[in-house]
Design a protein around this ligand. Structure first.
Ligand code: PLP
Length: 469
């Protein structure tokens, strides 16, 4: 016999109390994130040593869990949602996005089928339709939300190969399909090809010009050489906003080649695509409407909490034909108005990510988002001028968006030491890349709280530490 009282969920009053405490903590954090250091300076294993090796046998009060969040978790965290986070691509969570994530967790819906929660499916279609319009992409682009650009690009390559080799579903993959991308594309492109069994030897890294943009004539030559060798070129990936420098590949010229050669064109606009929301940077997505697929990550530059990647595909049927499997327990009536997203990807379960995008797009509006992005780009321009004016430093790449690549003149060691010293302060966080074989610092501006004063103060810190580097 089942005995009552069973341990059930947290009582509503306790939830309300703790919930208010959590929201208060978040509001305090967001009102003054600078009182926390961005980098924890933790040693590997340090947090693990502070935590019990086994899970609790008996439940604990939520107050104690919250206290340990503050005392243990926070001091070991790198704060990505911090105005002085300048590493990788600086990203933002935002008030409306945080609220939506909370609601999504409360409802705990799974949008594998339209029927499993109509709101999850339909809001995904609506918000991605809105974003598509902001980016001036064609209505024929079908939108799907994934967790990351890596997964979006994986599905692009998967669709491209299914398009080129429709029998693959039945027979399995065959060798000799060749993928083209630039040496500056994100590693997720090559990783997608690896995961799909394309084979590393069939991934061509096309050389770039002096501004780190793929050279279309080199792409055409590589395709011709592969055709002559009896191989099967099937997919090219161009990048709008490369990871190292935010360079923009010449998508229109690449699209010309792909059309002529009948090759799938995927555009990775994970970061840089957002700039095209601004009328003055519309040209960054020039030619993208001729692509077969495109990825853009609102969790990178659209003030949406990690994770949300928007994937657009012109021929969603390619995915359906490659992947759709409907066991009896997931069968629903055939109705073209009911999109079942499980048919278009590897994952069955899909969480309600569209809710946060909907909150963010509605709260800020296109003009609010454009103003925030415009300000980031303007700060990067001004920062590049400051760096240029100090003869000890050199800029290492054009800065078309909100990323500035720079180094100390002379041997790499000085820049390496400077980067280490900056990060050791814990107050700021920078990352690096290599350009033309030189060690280069990346200064990425993208957090919603970053101000021009933050940039100026940090630049003074960089200058001061450079004097002793
Ligand atoms: N594409 C580009 C251009 C990127 O810069 C990144 C990451 O920074 C990715 C793809 C991978 O993104 P994700 O972490 O969403 O897989």
């Amino acid at each position: 016999m089942i005995q009552d009282p069973l341990p059930r969920d947290m009582p509503p009053e306790e939830f309300r109390r703790a919930g208010h405490e959590v929201i208060d903590w978040i509001a305090d954090y967001l009102s003054d994130p600078r009182r926390f250091g961005v980098l924890p300076g933790a040693e590997p294993g340090q947090l693990t040593d502070l935590l019990p090796p086994t899970a609790p046998e008996h439940g604990e009060p939520v107050e104690r869990i919250l206290e340990d969040f503050r005392k243990l978790i926070l001091p070991h965290s790198t704060l990505w949602n911090h105005p002085l986070f300048f590493a990788y691509f600086s990203v933002s969570s935002s008030g409306p996005g945080i609220l939506a994530e909370t609601l999504s967790a409360a409802l705990n819906m799974n949008g594998m089928l339209w029927k499993s929660s109509p709101a999850v499916t339909e809001l995904e279609q609506v918000t991605l339709g809105w974003l598509r319009e902001w980016l001036r992409l064609p209505e024929s682009f079908f939108g799907i939300i994934h967790d990351t650009a890596s997964l979006s690009t994986f599905h692009a390559i998967l669709a491209a190969r299914a398009f080129a080799d429709p029998d693959m579903r039945e027979r399995g993959s065959s060798p000799g399909f060749v993928l083209y991308t630039s040496g500056h594309s994100h590693s997720s492109v090559e990783k997608g090809a690896l995961a799909l069994g394309i084979g590393q030897r069939y991934v061509r890294k096309i050389p770039s010009d002096e501004a780190f943009r793929m050279r279309p004539e080199a792409l055409a030559e590589a395709i011709a050489a592969d055709r002559a060798a009896g191989l099967r070129p099937f997919c090219a990936v161009a990048t709008v906003g490369t990871t190292s420098t935010t360079s923009v590949d010449p998508v229109p010229a690449i699209a010309d080649i792909c059309e002529k050669e009948d090759i799938w064109l995927h555009v990775d606009a994970a970061y840089g695509g957002h700039a095209a929301i601004l009328p003055e940077y519309e040209h960054y997505l020039e030619g993208a409407s001729r692509a077969h697929s495109l990825v853009i990550n609102p969790h990178k530059w659209l003030f949406t909490p990690i994770d949300l990647s928007a994937f657009y595909i012109r021929y969603p049927e390619a995915l359906r034909q490659a992947l759709s499997l409907v066991p009896e327990y997931l069968r629903t009536p055939d109705d073209p108005r009911m999109v079942n997203y499980m048919d278009y990807g590897v994952a069955l379960g899909r969480r309600f990510r569209a809710l946060k995008l909907w909150f963010v797009m509605r709260y800020f509006g296109r003009d609010g988002i454009a103003a925030l992005i415009r300000n980031h780009i303007r700060m990067a321009r001004e920062l590049a001028r400051l760096i240029e004016a100090d003869s000890r430093f050199e800029l290492c790449a054009p800065a078309p968006m909100s990323l500035v690549c720079f180094r100390l003149r002379g041997p790499d060691e000085a820049t390496r030491v400077l980067l280490e010293k900056l990060n050791q302060t814990g107050e700021v966080f920078f990352s690096h890349t290599a350009l033309h074989g030189r060690f280069v610092m990346r200064w990425s501006i993208g957090n919603i709280h970053t101000t021009w004063e933050d940039i100026v103060r940090t630049w003074s810190l960089v200058q001061a530490l450079a004097a002793s580097a």
